[in-house]
Design a protein around this ligand. Structure first.
Ligand code: GLU
Length: 260
């Protein structure tokens, strides 16, 4: 009997101890964990020319890739201590919050809605939304999109953006940009709404596509971090770094290198 009581007490003690430890367990500071790991893991796009894409050698390149390498240099003193993971608009917040990336640099607009679930750096680029149509289409301006089928990629700001300016547009969701482009070319949709900085890449590559000359939103791009104190130190460093990149003209030079 005494033995059973003893064992019960030991078990109870262990239980309390474990619960107590669980409660006090705080997420590790992001900067500490990046520096301990010795590699910065950044979520980037793999199909957005010229922001983040894979070249013919299957290597990531683009303006945001260069920016990510600069941040690796800042945090780990070596721009090659970096690993890129490919993210899509529809999965990037989940990938960030589940720890699959330390930060996301992927044409991600800073919005009040998203600020509820992630922390953003200051903006490093300003885009705006517009629509892409077939060159031979009669659509010349936003008002021509009334009652038309407009493609939007899941997880992008285009859903809210186009509804606000053309409430009668019939939105059609796509998983990837390429699927929306294919549907546009096959005339299954009348237009594809997205940031002008992304659409221009498609319009320049394919002369059968035309971009409308109207920007109807502001899309300030920010670097996204997991929300909370664990990211605070890294976020502050990155924000100060963006100020330096801006004031020294480095950010502009990086933009000019990629964005014509
Ligand atoms: N900038 C827009 C957004 O954050 C569209 C581009 C993208 O999603 O990557 O939703």
């Amino acid at each position: 009997m005494k033995k059973i009581l003893e064992i019960t007490f030991i078990l109870l003690f262990l239980c309390l101890f474990t619960v107590g430890c669980g409660k006090n367990k705080e997420p590790m500071d992001l900067l500490d964990s990046i520096q301990q790991r010795g590699i910065l893991v950044v979520g980037v796009s793999s199909d957005i020319v010229p922001f983040g894409y894979k070249n013919a050698n299957n290597e990531y390149e683009g303006f945001e890739i260069d920016l990510a390498k600069q941040i690796a240099k800042l945090l780990l003193y070596d721009e090659n201590k970096i690993e890129f993971v490919s993210v899509e608009p529809a999965n990037r917040i989940m990938m960030l919050n589940s720890g699959q990336a330390d930060m996301i640099i992927a044409t991600m607009t800073i919005t009040p809605k998203r600020m509820n679930v992630v922390d953003f750096s200051n903006s490093y680029y300003n885009a705006g939304q517009t629509a892409l149509v077939n060159d031979k289409s009669k659509i010349k301006s936003l008002s021509d999109l009334a009652n038309k089928k407009v493609g939007v990629a899941f997880g992008t700001t285009a859903f809210d953006g186009i509804k606000e300016v053309v409430p009668t547009a019939n939105l059609v969701g796509f998983k990837t940009y390429q699927q929306a482009i294919n549907a546009l070319k096959a005339e299954e949709i009348d237009a594809f709404a997205l940031d002008d900085t992304i659409l221009i890449g498609y319009a320049m590559k394919d002369k059968s596509l035309r971009m409308l000359n109207q920007r109807y939103t502001q899309e300030p791009y920010g670097i996204a971090f997991r929300k909370g104190i664990e990211s605070a130190r890294t976020l502050e460093l990155v924000n100060n770094f963006l100020v330096v990149l801006n004031s020294t003209g480095t950010l502009n030079a990086m933009k000019n290198k990629w964005i014509k």
